[in-house]
Design a protein around this ligand. Sequence first.
Ligand code: ADP
Ligand code: MG
Length: 328
Amino acid sequence: MGEFDLIARYFTRPAARAALGVGDDCALLAPKPGTQLAISSDMLVQGRHFFADVEPSALGHKALAVNLSDLAACGATPLAFTLALALPSADEAWLAPFSRGLLALADAHGCELVGGDTTQGPLNICITVFGEVPVLNGKSQALLRSGASAGDDVYVSGTLGDARLALQALRGQLTLPASVMAQARQRLEQPTPRVALGQALRGVASAALDVSDGLLGDLQHLLTASGVGATIDSSITTNLIAACAHPDWATGLISLNQQLEYTLAGGDDYELVFSAPAAARQAVQAAARQADTAVTRIGRIEDQPGLRLVDAQGQRLSSSFSSFDHFC
Ligand code: ADP
Ligand code: MG
């Protein structure tokens, strides 16, 4: 199968929302009047972001999910995406499930594949997503990292640490009951981008970003961008690991310290961490209900720079949990 057959068979569908889709030199998008385009790219490299034997349909899902998560963090509505793909060979047994997983998530979010590039090479998947954010009275409604102020509450969506738990098990560093592993592995390989929550938080959250490298490290980016600090209650975040609530979970499967590390610095969570004024607590819960996504209040923004971690009694914990950095 040649390059153009491959594109036609697995990555071309009639354009629905885009003015022009796959097949010409450029795609054409028609963002609604009164909106801004939100644009983000994420690359997945074999051996770095995924194991060679990962299920191709899950990989297709994840490649788009991590990009949609960035749109979610900005409160953007997904519009379209492009796919730049390097493939060792035109293996249809891989391409068919990859494209199925990718396009199923795309359809679920009304996000159209409008173009890309295909080349032979070591497996590498780079997606660029485009979304829309409304502009009201000349002001962008995008959620930024830079809007948090002292006194705001800090929240996180969903659960934390399960992807890291699955990763440790896949690396052979711990053993989990099969049912617990299945649930955790789903979080690692097929994360759910919090797109509806991001949109519902427009006009409610003061700042937001998505947690891809670990809660503490990513939250620090928001704090730095906002010129503030925060105190986080680790007795709340520690319990956000979903696996521990599984009926087949047994105490002692991981230590409390591991639980702290996975939830605070696990990585691959693709949840939203955001701040909102204390006066907006009801509005935050209403947004969570509207998006059918749980959110948990985990701390507070303060003037004093830095990130402080406390236990249930308010005692300071020393935090040596660093988040993932590709070059450290
Ligand atoms: P060009 O040489 O002009 O860059 P290509 O020959 O690479 O165009 O691609 C032909 C068409 O197929 C273009 O519309 C391009 O956007 C699209 N395309 C290429 N690879 C992919 C892919 N992996 N997924 C979706 N569309 C693709
Ligand atoms: Mg090209």
